[in-house]
Ligand binder design. Structure first.
Ligand code: FES
Length: 490
């Protein structure tokens, strides 16, 4: 379903890559991250080609609630100091603060209008435990030099036990930003291709699509989840999470953003005359309770009373195990391939961080914060933790995928998706409301895990690393690059 950002927006059409061409840098992915990186590299004098599998600004960018903030989750700095130390906490916060400022400069310098608005963000809590965490986070702010202030929670538009205010955070319109940057990129000589899904990235910088190729000196993978996964072991470094948003009419929420400390709390941000309420996150392919929109609606009503809902949408985010994105060289010592992923729910801030870091690495070969974000920073112990966490899911799903085992067997011919075994294969059968059946091979083309039906979006989702396919088997989300039934296409 279309998100709020996609409505009433005129898009520029970009051609399909239908030739073999050359570039200094090929950026793969036309979301906010890929566009910010391509824009920065072009600004630094590189000849850039950007390839997008669908339309520029589709995918994760279209589903974001587009909060630009230094606060990346309720207790992010308490955890960051605990895991990576105060030095890295200071640098991480400095990047986030810089991004808040940089958006303002981009709007002014290039005459871009993407509704960038500065406003406070309130961290709130509803429990004693949440209050304890909020006080610890305040202490972490003091250690790292982040401005924040405890405020009277009764001033919030809903009941809260305590609240911490961070001034001058930001919000923006992500599609207006991406389309604006694309225009400036193209005016500066950058080339953009849409409907050009990348099938292969060579270690030599050759990027292959179905109808063409780019011979680049360097390549940046900005595909949300890296499409070339085996060498970098990204599947051991992160997992994917889905979350849901409602567009609501709530005038009391229009001048600030709100973020809860508790796991099940709702986040809010204003959007013109409406607000977005988001929450109900779960790992992709593993919604434990089902019906996320009614649950979110109920939680919002508990906080705000009766509300008018005008729309809903969802997003998928790549989550790292230490909460810090993976930005930099694809592998240690790699001079050709770079990657930006694992942004959690904070892509607006990290997109600019990625542009800065990858810009420096590509142009000078160095970046002083390379170690903080390096995708290869994890120890064998860290990787084995990621491995153990997903071992059960992976074994069950791979077994189902390879052995053809059905994991859903009910439903008969009622509309919806179910797994059947046919001809020794594990098939996903989607029955339309008119009784028509659409059958796909329900084995993920990434690494062979068994797919699960997602009845909210009518998609086939992979519980292993988060690839998603529409009911016809077309790829919606990486790391898979091939549709269902296309396993043998190179
Ligand atoms: Fe990796 Fe499906 S996403 S096996």
């Amino acid at each position: 379903m279309a998100s709020y950002w996609e409505e009433h927006l005129l898009r520029t059409e970009y051609p399909l890559l239908g030739e073999v061409t050359e570039a200094d840098v090929c950026v793969i992915g036309g979301g906010i991250t890929g566009m910010c990186i391509a824009f920065e590299l072009s600004r630094l004098g590189k000849q850039v080609v950007l390839l997008e599998a669908e339309r520029v600004g589709s995918g994760a960018t279209s589903g974001t609630t587009a909060k630009v903030t230094v606060q990346h989750g309720g207790d992010c700095y308490t955890r960051l100091i605990g895991r990576r130390g105060e030095h890295h906490g200071v640098r991480y916060a400095a990047h986030a603060l810089w991004a808040l400022q940089r958006y303002e400069e981009l709007a002014k310098e290039y005459g871009l209008d993407f509704d960038y608005t500065r406003m406070p963000l309130y961290l709130y809590c509803n429990t004693e435990e949440g209050k304890g965490k909020l006080m610890e986070e305040k202490h972490a702010h003091e250690r790292l030099g982040i401005q924040s202030q405890l405020v009277d929670p009764s001033a919030l538009p809903f009941a809260a036990r305590a609240a911490l205010m961070l001034p001058l955070q930001g919000s923006l319109h992500p599609l207006k930003l991406v389309l604006g940057l694309a225009r400036v990129l193209q005016e500066g000589g950058g080339r953009i291709y849409e409907h050009s899904r990348v099938l292969k990235v060579g270690e030599d910088g050759v990027v292959t699509t179905a109808h063409g190729a780019v011979r680049a000196k360097q390549v940046v993978l900005a595909t949300h989840y890296p499409i070339e996964d085996f060498g970098g072991r990204y599947f051991l470094k992160m997992y994917q999470e889905r979350s849901y948003a409602l567009g609501i009419l709530a005038p009391s929420l229009l001048d600030a953003m709100y973020l809860g400390m508790e796991q099940d709390s709702v986040a809010y941000r204003p959007m013109g005359e409406f607000a977005a309420a988001s929450g109900e996150s779960h790992e992709t392919g593993k919604d434990p309770k089902g019906k996320p929109y009614p649950r979110l609606h109920q939680r919002v009503q508990q906080q705000l009373g009766e509300i008018k809902v005008y729309g809903c949408w969802n997003a998928q985010d790549c989550m790292t195990y230490d909460g810090v994105p993976l930005i930099g060289r694809y592998q240690k010592g790699d001079e050709v391939r770079f990657v930006a992923t694992g942004f959690g729910k904070w892509g607006m801030t990290h997109a600019l961080t990625a542009a800065k870091i990858i810009g420096e690495l590509v142009v000078t070969g160095n970046c002083k914060d390379e170690s903080l974000y390096a995708p290869y920073r994890f120890s064998v112990m860290d990787l084995s933790r990621g491995y153990r966490r997903h071992l059960g899911t992976t074994i069950a799903s791979v077994t189902a995928g390879w052995m053809g085992l059905p994991s859903i067997n009910k439903g008969g011919s009622v509309p919806g998706g179910r797994i059947r075994r046919r001809g020794g294969k594990r098939m996903g059968i989607y029955t339309t409301e008119f009784g028509e059946e659409i059958a796909v091979h329900a084995k993920c083309t990434h690494m062979g895990c068994g797919l699960k039906w997602n009845d909210v979006d009518k998609t086939w989702d992979c519980p292993c690393h988060g690839s998603r396919f529409d009911r016809f088997g077309n790829v919606l989300e990486a790391p898979a690059t091939r549709g269902l039934g296309e396993e043998d296409k190179a």
